[in-house]
Design a protein around this ligand. Sequence first.
Ligand SMILES: [Zn+2]
Ligand SMILES: [Zn+2]
Length: 339
Amino acid sequence: MRPDTPAENVDHAAEAARLERTAGLYPEDAEALLLRAAAHLELSGDRPAATRLYDRLLSSDTPSAPLDNPSLVRALKASNLWEYDHEAEARAIIDGVRMAAPRDPAPWVIVAEALESHDELEAAHETFTEGARLLVADAARPPQPTHPLLYGRHRVRRMLGLEHDEWDALADTLHSMPVSLDELHDPKRVWSLGSDDPADLEAEISRLRAELGAYRQALSRPFPVAMLHWPAGELAELTEAYPSLSAEYPSYDDHLASIEAALRELASSGTPNLGVVPGTVPSYEAFAASEGASPADPTLLPQYATTLAARGLAVTWPPQPGTACWCGSQRPYGECHGA
Ligand SMILES: [Zn+2]
Ligand SMILES: [Zn+2]
C-alpha cells in the first residue's frame, strides 16, 4: 500500500474538486475538507479560488452551526490574500486574529509567519510572543502543538539580533532535529551578503527558503499523510468481495507490518504529520460510487485514505508513549508494532 498524497505529483485542482465533492457528501466534516481543498487551490496557484472557499467557510459560521476553528480559517485566508497583493485586507484580518486571542497555536503561527515572510520582523516577533504568552505560559514542558510558536519566535529573534531569553533556551531544548535551532536560525547565514561568490549565496538563500517553505507547509497544513488500515474483519470482507485487491494485502499480519514499515520510512525521510486511518468496506464502496469507479480498482485505495484523512479521521502516528498501538490490539504501542 502506498501512502496518500505524494506532494509533488498531485493534480491540485482535481484534488480540490474531489474534496469539495466529498464535503457535499459529509457536511459534518466540511470544515476539514474545505480547508484541505483550499490548501490544494493555493498550491495550484489559484489563490482567488482558495479565498472563495475560506469565505464560504466563514459565512457558514453561525451560532447554530459554529466553525470548529474560525481563527484558523481567518489566519489561512489572510496568509493567502497577502500572497496575491491584498496586503491591506490581510493586515486587517491578522489584527483581528490577534485581538481574538485564539487558544490554538496554529492561527498564531500562521499569521506570525505571514508577517515574517513579508519582512515584518518586529510585528512577527510580537505576534509569536503574544501567542506564547497565552499558550505556553511558563510550563517547563509545553504541549507539542505550541512548539512551533517557540521555534518561530526563536527564529525571528535571531534575525533581529536579540539575546536568548528563557523561551529561546526552552526552544533549544525542545528541538530534536540533528541541526540545532541556533545553527538553523543563524542570521549570518542570511546576512553573509559580503560573500564573494554569488552562487554560494544564492544556494544558501534558496536553501533557507526551502527550509522555511517546508516548515510552513507542515505547520499550516496540519493534514496527516495517512496510511490506510483495514481492521481484520473489514479486510476479510474486502478481499472476499474484491479478490483483485488481495494482491495489495496478502495477509492481515502482513498488512499491519507494511503499514508500520511505511510509516517508519516516511518518518526517517522527514515527512511530518503522519497518521493511520481505519477503513470500512461500506464507506469504501460509497467512496468508489462517488468517484464513479469500481471498488476493485486498487488505485482508488490511496485516494480513499486521503479522503478519510481529510475528514479528520486519522490518528497520529507514532502513538504517544504508553498509549495503545494503532492496530487495535489494545497493547501498548511499544510492546506491539512499536517494538
Ligand atoms: Zn537557541
Ligand atoms: Zn500493533
